[in-house]
Design a protein around this ligand. Structure first.
Ligand code: NOJ
Length: 418
C-alpha cells in the first residue's frame, strides 16, 4: 500500500549538467583548469559519461525509471565556442535531445548556465566583468528562440550562490578567487543577468516558467547556546541562502559590502528550484557533523529538506521543484535510506500545504564531480568510465518503483528506514 502519496501530476526526474556528463567540452574554462592539473588526482573530465553521443541510452534509462521529467543543461561553450560564432551542429544536437524527450513524454527542465563559461568569456574576466551580462543574454536569446517550442521550464543559472562561493571565495573552482568582495560582485552580476534573462525569455516565450536552481544549505549553530556560533550560522545563512534570492523577490541587493537597488530584478521567479543536500553546523569550532555522512563527508539530514522547503515557500509563495537532492555513496549503502527519508520529509511539507510540484534526484548516473573528479559517486546508475556502461544500483530500482507508484509504500519504509 502506498503510504506517502504525492500529488497527482507530480514530476519525478533526475538532474545532470552538460560538462559533467557530455564529454569533450573543449571550449570552456573547466577544460582548461583540468588540463592544468587542478582537479583531485589530476583527473580531467575527458569523455565524462560520453552522453553527447549516448543520450538516447540515457533517456532509455530515464524511461525505465518511470520518470516523467529530466533536468539537464545546455553548454554555452558548445553553442558559442568563439565569441559571436554560434555552432549550428551543437544546436541541432540539443534539438534532437529535446525532441527525443518529448517523444518519450519526459518534460525537459533546461538549465542555461551550470558552472562552466566559454573560455573566451573567462579570459575577459568571467562573472567579475559586468559585460558578461550582455554576452550571456545574447546566448540566452539564441537558445530560447531556437527551443521555445520544446521547452516550458527554464533555469537561468544553476546555484549562483554555490558558484560564486566556490569560484571566488573558497577558491576550488576556476578562477580560484579568494575574496568575499569578489564573491559578492559575482553574485550581483548574476542577479542582474538572471533578471534580464527572465524578461528576455518571457518576451520570446510568454508562457515559459523561469527560475534558478538555488542551493540551500541548512545552517545551524554548532552550539545553540553560544552567541558566536549563532552569529556564524546567521552570517552563513544570510550570505549563502538569502542575499541572492531576496534580490529576485524585492529588487534590492543587500549584502555586507555591496548594496544596490536593482528594480528590474523584483519578482523574477515563476517557481523556485531548490537544490538541497545537507546541514552545516557553524561555529568557532566548526567540528564534525553530528549525524551520518556521505562519501563526501556531508551530513545526512533529511529533516533539512522539510525545513528549507517550508521556509522558502513562506518567503517566495512560489511553486517549488526540488531541482537536486542526492548523495555521494559509491557502494549504494546509504542512498536508499537517503532517498526515501528525504522524500518522506518532502511529503510532510506537502501535507502541510507547501506547493511542491516535482523532485529531481542528483544524479542519473555517476559523473564528473568538478574539483573532486570522478571520486564522488552520485549516480542512481553506476557508470563504468572505461566502457561507459551504466549499471543499475538498488537505488535506481527503488526510485523507479517510487515514480511508478507516485509515492512510497509502507513496505519500502519498513525495509529501508526501520
Ligand atoms: C550541485 C551542482 O549543481 C552539481 O553540479 C553537483 O554535481 C552536485 N551539487 C553535487 O555536488
Amino acid at each position: 500500500m502506498v503510504k506517502y502519496k504525492f500529488p497527482e501530476g507530480f514530476l519525478w526526474g533526475t538532474a545532470t549538467a552538460s560538462h559533467q556528463i557530455e564529454g569533450d567540452n573543449f571550449y570552456n574554462d573547466w577544460w582548461e583548469f583540468e588540463k592544468q592539473g587542478k582537479v583531485k588526482n589530476g583527473q580531467v573530465s575527458g569523455k565524462a559519461c560520453d552522453s553527447w553521443n549516448r543520450y538516447e541510452e540515457d533517456f532509455d534509462l530515464i524511461e525505465k525509471l518511470n520518470n516523467n521529467a529530466y533536468r539537464f543543461s545546455i553548454e554555452w561553450s558548445r553553442i558559442e565556442p568563439e565569441e559571436g560564432r554560434f555552432d549550428e551542429s551543437a544546436l541541432e544536437r540539443y534539438r534532437s535531445m529535446l525532441i527525443s524527450l518529448r517523444r518519450r513524454n519526459i518534460e525537459p527542465f533546461v538549465t542555461l548556465h551550470h558552472f562552466t563559461n566559454p573560455l573566451w568569456m573567462a579570459k575577459r574576466g568571467g562573472w567579475l566583468n559586468p559585460d558578461i551580462i550582455d554576452y550571456y543574454l545574447r546566448y540566452v536569446k539564441k537558445i530560447v528562440s531556437e527551443f521555445k517550442d520544446l521547452v516550458n521550464y527554464w533555469m537561468t543559472i544553476n546555484e549562483p550562490n554555490a558558484y560564486a562561493f566556490m569560484a571566488y571565495l573558497y577558491g576550488q573552482f576556476p578562477p580560484q578567487g579568494k575574496s568575499l568582495i569578489k564573491m559578492l560582485r559575482v553574485l550581483n552580476n548574476m542577479a542582474k543577468a538572471h533578471a534580464k534573462a527572465y524578461e528576455v525569455i518571457h518576451q520570446i516565450s510568454p508562457d515559459a516558467k523561469v527560475s534558478i536552481a538555488y542551493n540551500v544549505i541548512y545552517f545551524e549553530p554548532k552550539n545553540p547556546n553560544s552567541f558566536i556560533d549563532r552569529k556564524f550560522a546567521n552570517f552563513g545563512d544570510r550570505i549563502y541562502n538569502r542575499v541572492f534570492i531576496e534580490t529576485l523577490l524585492t529588487g534590492k541587493f543587500s549584502s555586507p559590502f555591496i548594496k544596490e537597488e536593482i528594480p528590474y530584478a523584483k519578482n523574477t521567479l515563476d517557481y523556485l528550484g531548490i537544490n538541497y543536500y545537507t546541514r552545516i553546523l557553524m561555529g568557532l569550532k566548526m567540528g564534525s557533523p553530528e549525524g551520518e555522512t556521505s562519501d563526501f563527508g556531508w551530513e545526512i539530514y533529511p529533516e533539512g529538506i522539510y525545513k528549507v522547503v517550508k521556509r522558502f515557500y513562506g518567503l517566495t509563495k512560489k511553486p517549488i521543484y526540488i531541482t537536486e537532492n542526492g548523495i555521494s555513496d559509491a557502494k549504494d549503502e546509504k542512498r536508499p535510506k537517503y532517498l526515501i527519508s528525504h522524500l518522506i520529509q518532502l511529503h510532510r511539507a506537502i501535507e502541510e500545504g507547501v506547493d511542491v510540484r516535482g523532485y529531481f534526484h542528483w544524479s542519473l548516473m555517476d559523473n564528473f564531480e568538478w574539483a573532486e573528479g570522478f571520486l564522488q559517486r552520485f549516480g542512481l546508475f553506476e557508470t563504468d568510465f572505461n566502457t561507459f556502461e551504466r549499471k543499475w544500483r538498488e537505488s535506481a530500482r527503488i526510485y523507479s518503483e517510487i515514480a511508478k507508484n507516485n509515492g512510497i509504500t509502507e513496505a519500502m519504509e519498513e525495509k529501508f528506514l526501520k
